[in-house]
Ligand binder design. Structure first.
Ligand SMILES: [Zn+2]
Length: 51
């Protein structure tokens, strides 16, 4: 049984994703905001390698 580096995350176990939120500014206007965050890779389950 051999293990390969996960092609999705490159072995880091996490992938960067974008989340869109709406923020209300001080003037009461709503502004969309994109925010990047790291999430466990859903291809390898966060292990960084696949069997
Ligand atoms: Zn992965």
């Amino acid at each position: 049984m051999s293990q390969q580096t996960c092609p999705r995350c490159g072995g880091s176990g996490v992938t960067e994703k974008l989340r869109y939120t709406v923020e209300t500014g001080p003037d009461g206007r709503q502004q969309p905001k994109a925010e990047s965050y790291l999430s466990p890779c859903d291809h390898c389950g966060g292990k960084g390698h696949v069997n």
